[in-house]
Write a protein that binds this ligand. Sequence first.
Ligand code: SF4
Length: 495
Amino acid sequence: MRNLSKSKILAYRQCPKRLWLEIHKPDLRDDSGSEAVFAIGHEVGDVARKIYDPDGRGVLIDVEELGHGEALARSAVLLRDGQTPVFEAGMAAGGALAYADVMLPDLSDGRVAWKMIEVKSSTGVKDYHRDDIAVQTFIAASSGVRLSSVSLAHIDNSFVYPGEGNYQGLLAEVDLTAEAISRDGEVEEWIAGAQAVAALQDEPEAATGPHCTDPYTCGFCDYCNRDKVLAEYPLGSLPRFSRQKQELMEELGIDDLRHVPDEYLSGHQARVKEHTNSGTVFFDAEGAAADLAPHGFPAYFLDFETAMFPVPIWKGTRPYQQLPFQFSLHILDASGSLQHHGFLDLSGNDPSLACALSLIDLCGDQGPVFAYNAGFECRVMRELAGLFPNLAASLVAIIERVVDLLPIARNRYYHPSQHGSWSIKAVLPAAIPELSYDDLDGVQDGNMAVEAFKEAIHPDTTPERKKEIENQLAEYCKLDTLAMVRLWQLFAGHK
Ligand code: SF4
């Protein structure tokens, strides 16, 4: 019997076929969504080691370097002695093995026991974390390790980084000892089931379904769906069409939005169906112009690019806080003259203050500030106002001028090529085909912009590459606001 890792047992929990494929046909897995990204500052695991072992006395078991056999043997010695904290300690028993993020010795009753802590980069405890901890606890206890407590440490998103590498308070611990211990019978069954599947000669049958993306997106989706004939306009393209309704339609043998009976559709969904069936464009030009008529000139068109870090790198900021490193601003006056301004900080220092000052300076004190899905822009400006109380009044004044173009687009325009989406990336090629994100070099969407930013501020990035990224980011963000200008012109009847 092979030892199955904790991740394999959790893969079995998601889908037995997934476990079998991971063991017998791992090459079929699509790993493209898990490419390495530029690590900026500290990883959560590194910081956890500093928090739990401030004197640096602990031992890190490096399984990559040691291999499983040696890692387990070294861990066993350290866990028997109970002298120092141990990180990534390996334990194996009953056909399963796991590595514990943090083991802290607890000698309070005169015998060696351990406080076991699993560290997660989430901001709370999820159900699948509870399964993870239950498996970890079962393996530790079965391998003879005495546990005095079991906890999960997650990021506390109210933590404000005081600087100087001081991350005390970043992690919040939740004690799961009683729950984890009480689930040993369940875990034993999971391990037995996983062992049975792993031993199968042939691939087990499993239909695809909601479990393929819950709690993780399975890497075998393409493989499992290889023979499935996909609908040209799948039900998922109907905006806000509930999962229950989708399941009901599937039971009725309907997988294409064009065939959904009208009684199941809201007004927007019915419009998507109607114009998908007819291949025609919906455009309420009069309504769109009326929506924009109250907003005069100069008209500002604003878009931010932001980055966030689980472990904050800039003093005064919180985990996962959206921090703007770039914005683009087009300004259109009553004569039709259009100016562009941009802000981009790739210095690696906190860009927030310079960003806020530049924004206040450029936005003036009157005229609508258009954004697309403007809740995001407003949230970013509110965060800036919280960071800089002396600028709050000016930032709030800009927020009060914000007008969202998304609801206007959603209510007044639809092209079948949007496939049920009103994101600017879907609306732009339909409404303004001469402008395209595909023509951009390098950065073409928000995720790429964040990765490019992280690469640019990484110490190993060359000045030439940094310059290249700077140009790509500038062009990308500029197109976002130019797209808004062109949509505004179309909707206002100025095209
Ligand atoms: S895609 Fe779905 S059915 Fe296929 S292995 Fe993954 S979870 Fe199982």
